[in-house]
Design a protein around this ligand. Structure first.
Ligand SMILES: Cc1cc2nc3c(=O)[nH]c(=O)nc-3n(C[C@H](O)[C@H](O)[C@H](O)COP(=O)(O)O)c2cc1C
Length: 414
């Protein structure tokens, strides 16, 4: 692939200039101002502080360990490739006043980058939300993100997703905050709701300037069958946490598309972005900026180079002059099930020369499909065109890329 295109990747998001759409999400890669500065130097356009709370240093006590992960292949095989983290980490445990100083310093040192403050309180405390928002604005934060979406630890205290799961509370917190600051306010959605579009719409009506989605997906990543303790094991016990990383991308894509159809304010997408392809997909479904956490946790700030190069090249290949040219282009292709074409018939066809004779297509079609695949004596599969219903299970399970292809029924028959 070509490296380094000419396209302008800058984005105007809520009236703020971002040199590219990539933002460090409110999470471990934004644990301190010093870290956010290093992210800017690596090429990230913006960064959102780990969620701030007043008196965090006395209220927030994190457990160890507070992460677990899922990886390909299984733990006993070759090198790990993480596709999901589960975390039971709380918001920042660092002092609010120290954070304010760091925001101020970041703004002075990195005037071209965007510093966003993430804040959290409970839904009974307008003063808390307003105090933090005003102080962060005074310190120089260019946007405020409302964390109404953390699914673990904080909801038990009436915070995080306890607010974002209730459209009225989400609107109330939005209103409290929006009315005391001039900088744009962004509400961060939880995916753990029946209709995220409804919550986003409620925040929009309350005056929010942007929606970010998603925070982590409430999850239990596993149980150790030896000790019987769910993961992560904290002195013999565990608690449910939040899932992130590539595994949650499909959930995030659906949430972003739903929100894009429900509101007019701009969207900042988060959830499993680990490649330029992921970035493009979120833009096409309606996001204008892109936040990343887990991929940076696994590979460091340097991943920004591949994200930028890949996106540039994609835009050049597709003829997009600016990021805004591609925002939401795929939304019109997302229709209701009943609107899908029921006339088109595809059936599978196997490229003999690519087949590795693993039998997987045969077995899955036999036991979970339509018994449309037979094996020749040399173990090459053949498709029974009358029995194949075109479900594509054989294509999905085939370990070889492009060995099974779906073709129009007529062209296969000819
Ligand atoms: C260890 C960890 C801590 C996090 N802490 C916060 C937080 O303090 N505030 C917040 O809004 N989101 C927090 N998040 C959620 C991320 O900002 C992000 O929404 C989520 O991880 C999905 O993005 P990803 O798939 O790129 O990781 C945290 C995520 C992880 C993994």
């Amino acid at each position: 692939m070509k490296i380094g295109g000419e396209r302008d990747l800058s984005v105007n998001f809520c009236g703020i200039h971002f040199m590219n759409p990539f933002i460090i999400a409110s999470a471990p890669p934004a644990t301190t101002g010093e870290m956010m500065g290093r992210a800017f130097e690596a090429g990230w356009a913006g960064a959102i502080t780990k969620t701030l709370m007043v008196n965090a240093e006395s209220l927030i006590v994190n457990v160890t360990p507070r992460l677990s992960s899922l990886s390909f292949p299984g733990p006993t095989n070759e090198p790990k490739k993480i596709y999901a983290f589960e975390n039971i980490e709380l918001v920042t445990d660092r002092s609010f006043s120290v954070w304010l100083k760091e925001i101020e310093e970041l703004r002075k040192k990195y005037p071209k980058n965007v510093v966003i403050a993430s804040i959290m309180d409970d839904a009974s405390k307008p003063d808390g939300w307003q105090y933090m928002a005003k102080k962060c604005e005074e310190a120089g934060a260019q946007m405020i993100e409302l964390n109404m979406s953390c699914p673990h630890g904080m909801p038990e205290l009436g915070m995080g997703s306890a607010i974002g799961q209730n459209a009225e509370l989400a609107a109330t917190v939005t209103r409290w905050t929006s009315e005391v600051v001039k900088v744009p306010v962004m509400a961060k959605m939880t995916p753990n709701v029946t209709d995220v579009g409804l919550v986003a719409k409620s925040c929009e009506k309350a005056g929010v300037d942007a929606i970010s989605a998603i925070n982590t997906v409430a999850a239990i990543i596993g149980v150790d069958p030896e000790t019987l303790v769910p993961k992560p094991n904290v002195a013999g016990y565990s608690a449910h946490g939040g899932l992130s990383g590539p595994a949650v991308k499909p959930i995030a894509l659906k949430a972003v598309a739903t929100i894009a159809k429900a509101v007019k304010v701009p969207i900042s997408a988060i959830g499993g972005i680990s490649s330029w392809e992921d970035a493009a997909e979120f833009l096409l479904l309606g996001a204008s900026t892109l936040q990343v956490c887990s991929t940076v946790m696994a590979h460091g700030y340097g991943v920004i180079e591949d994200l930028l190069d890949g996106l540039q090249n994609y835009m050049e290949d597709k003829g997009f002059e600016a990021i805004s040219d591609m925002v939401g282009l795929s939304l019109e292709k997302l229709v209701g099930q009943t609107e899908l074409n029921r006339e088109m018939r595809l059936i599978s066809s196997v490229k003999e020369e690519a087949c590795v004779k693993c039998d997987l297509c045969y077995v899955s079609c036999r036991d979970a499909g339509y018994q449309a695949i037979k094996l020749r004596d040399d173990r090459i599969p053949t498709i029974d065109k009358e029995k194949c219903t075109g479900c594509s299970l054989c294509q999905q399970v085939c370990p070889v890329w492009d060995c099974v292809v779906m073709k129009p029924q007529e062209s296969v028959r000819a």
